[in-house]
Design a protein. Structure first.
Length: 282
């Protein structure tokens, strides 16, 4: 199919997984369009031969312009990698709804809107790949992470439905489920607890502990079960070249261990385990 576009559009490429994936796929010979809200952060990727674009997943006009730019140059977006996202931590009651909405706008609604924008071109060429960055947090829940986990559960559900709906058009939908990835993600997640309301209220001690545990997971012994962003990039590269990709790709030992435990433990047993790691607000 010589007229089929294999151009790759990746969100959230200023650092971490998006940055590593853009470099990996460029080295593998793909035509890569790396994006970020601030394209000036993409200098290294541009020097490596990636095309760079401004793209804000909370701005529909920005997403439309980026998709149009790729489609005008390549005919269509062949592979979409929905990577942009962040974690808002804190007890559910303590987080202002404005922060909750921002979390969903970035992690869910932006992913959905961008996917809708690229599907027409993929259908027209009868080929495409939609890669959604989920998390082990889309299959289990840690106390204090309910809002982030809710966005990843939503990504899992949307992907499962979409995988069925677009298969007949030659489009694959692939979920990537990283565990601990040693980037600034954990530091940012820990810092987000500080934005939660009621720092002196009933969840003060709990939220402080969540911040401490979150940061320690990315720096302490648990980090040994994690991996670098390049580990995720390698799995994405493998998934988009597979003739019959899997629906889900866990990445890092921490993802496989934690999802395996959650699958085996009844809810009451999981809650008991969580109580050994987190204080019970009271």
């Amino acid at each position: 199919m010589p007229d089929t576009s294999r151009a790759v559009l990746i969100t959230g490429c200023s650092s971490g997984i998006g940055h590593a994936t853009a470099l990996q796929l460029k080295r593998d010979g793909w035509t890569v369009y790396a994006t970020a809200r601030r394209p000036e952060t993409l200098g290294e990727l541009k020097e490596a031969g990636c095309h760079t674009l401004a793209l804000d997943v909370t701005d529909e006009d920005s997403m439309r312009r980026a998709v149009e730019a790729v489609s005008d140059a390549e005919g269509a977006v062949g592979v979409l990698i929905n990577n942009a996202g962040y974690s808002q931590s804190g007890a559910v009651e303590s987080v202002p709804l404005a922060d909750v909405r921002r979390q969903f706008e970035t992690n869910v609604f932006g992913l959905l809107a961008l996917t809708q924008l690229v599907l027409e071109g993929m259908r027209a060429q009868r080929w495409g790949k939609v890669v959604n960055l989920s998390s082990m947090g889309g299959r289990l829940v840690f106390p204090g992470g309910g809002l982030y986990h809710a966005t990843k559960y939503a990504v899992e559900a949307l992907s499962d439905a979409l995988r069925f709906e677009v298969r007949g058009f030659g489009i694959d939908v692939i979920l990537i489920e990283p565990g601990l990835i040693v980037t600034r993600f954990g530091e940012t997640a820990a810092g987000s607890v500080g934005s939660a309301a009621g720092a002196d209220g009933p969840y003060a001690d709990f939220n402080a502990h969540v911040a401490k545990v979150t940061e320690a997971a990315y720096r302490g012994p648990m980090a040994k079960l994690g991996g670098p962003p390049e580990a995720v990039a390698g799995v994405i590269a493998k998934a988009i070249t597979a003739n019959k990709p899997k629906a889900r790709y866990p990445v890092t030992p921490s993802a496989r261990v934690m999802m395996g435990q959650r699958r085996l433990l009844p809810d009451a047993a999981w809650d008991r385990v969580m109580r050994t790691q987190f204080p019970t607000p009271s």
